[in-house]
Design a protein around this ligand. Structure first.
Ligand code: AHM
Ligand code: MG
Length: 334
């Protein structure tokens, strides 16, 4: 390519997914592509609003009123509403589960499609007011054959998801997606309004040098985690690992995918199942991790094998570079 001359080969997310679906042949109807279009639009909308948040008073509690008396919606409530509306209007969904809503939404017949979407519309909310990275996480199931869309369609192991991804709202908006054949990263070109393929075929390095845990919870951690952390901080030989913890799962996982290392949110003496939600946090991230060549485990079990009993249940999470996660698992089997 000649320097300074824009490339005429721009691969947008839609083009890329469409191409992927066409490879699958007759089985592909284009429905997943359309559903992903709805998710992209939502991500663009949220990205814009995250950027404007401070200016238009979106920060603060839902229910606040601004100077002109209009109801202000908190950013995570707004993001949830945007996603629900857009997914319903796509005509491609049957069941929606959101972190923000206690009950699942069963889509009425006239708008019903064959996909179920589980999502956390704006994860990492404790970071919003400080302008630190936050994100949207989503996982997609297809309804079971013959089903009209019930909660049973989403109470299934993560290994049955057909796609999963997240959008990270940082210095740019990055959408990372897997439809089951590897992981690709796209960056929002704000001028074009399109997600452009910038990180094809993301592979997690087999070993990293970074660990990412909320060590403020150390006094509650169980022995395997305490011993593992000791082993990487006081190694018998070599250099100790670096600590990086943002407190936004999307950002911590994104860094782990690109640089390698291990991210963990364990269960502990205080939180019996940890903090992260199985359906719309652990499953999508575990799906992406495995697709990128890494491991995602509770310490004793593959996350994608868990069969959910309820839509908002939690689970312990360790994920990242294969060798690093294997090292941790040794402390659980010892
Ligand atoms: P949220 O859904 O209330 O935003 O909480 C989820 C977030 C994750 O993004 C992050 O990994 C974790 O909570 C951080 O928790 P902690 O502040 O306990 O370290
Ligand atoms: Mg969350």
């Amino acid at each position: 390519a000649t320097e300074g001359v824009p490339s005429s080969e721009i691969i947008t997310l839609t083009r890329h997914v469409l191409h992927d679906q066409m490879r699958l042949g007759a089985a592909a109807t284009g429905d997943l592509t359309l559903l992903l279009t709805a998710i992209q639009v939502t991500s663009k909308f949220i990205a814009t609003n995250v950027r404007k948040a401070r200016l238009i008073n979106l920060i603060g509690l839902a229910g606040d009123t601004n100077s002109t008396g209009d109801e202000q919606k908190k950013l995570d409530v707004l993001s949830n509403d945007i996603m629900v509306n857009s997914l319903r209007a796509s005509g491609k969904t049957a069941v929606l589960v959101s972190e923000e809503l206690e009950d699942a939404i069963i889509i009425e017949e006239k708008n019903r499609g064959k996909y179920c979407v589980v999502f956390d519309p704006l994860d990492g909310s404790s970071n919003i007011d400080a302008g630190v990275n936050i994100g949207t996480i989503f996982g997609i199931y297809q309804i079971r054959p013959g089903s009209k869309g019930t909660i049973e369609d989403v109470l299934r192991p993560g290994s049955e998801m057909v796609a999963a991804g997240y959008t990270m709202y940082g210095s740019s908006a990055n959408l990372v997606l897997s439809t089951g054949s590897g992981v690709n990263g796209y960056t929002l070109d704000a001028a074009l309004g399109e997600f452009i393929l910038t990180h094809p075929d993301i592979q997690i390095p087999p070993r990293g040098k970074i660990y990412s845990f909320n060590e403020g919870n150390s006094m509650f951690f169980h022995p395997p985690v305490v011993e593992y952390l000791k082993s990487i901080k006081y190694p018998a030989s070599g250099k100790p690992y670096s600590a990086r913890y943002i407190g936004s799962m999307v950002a911590d996982v994104h860094r782990t995918f690109l640089y390698g290392g291990i991210f963990g949110y364990p269960d502990d003496k205080k939180s019996k199942s940890g903090k992260l939600r199985l359906l719309y946090e652990a499953f999508p991230m575990a799906f992406l991790t495995e697709q990128a060549g890494g491991i995602a485990t509770t310490g004793t079990q593959r996350i994608l094998d868990i069969v959910p009993k309820s839509i908002h249940e939690r689970c312990p999470v360790f994920l990242g570079s294969k060798e690093d996660v294997q090292d941790l698992m040794k402390f659980y089997s010892a």
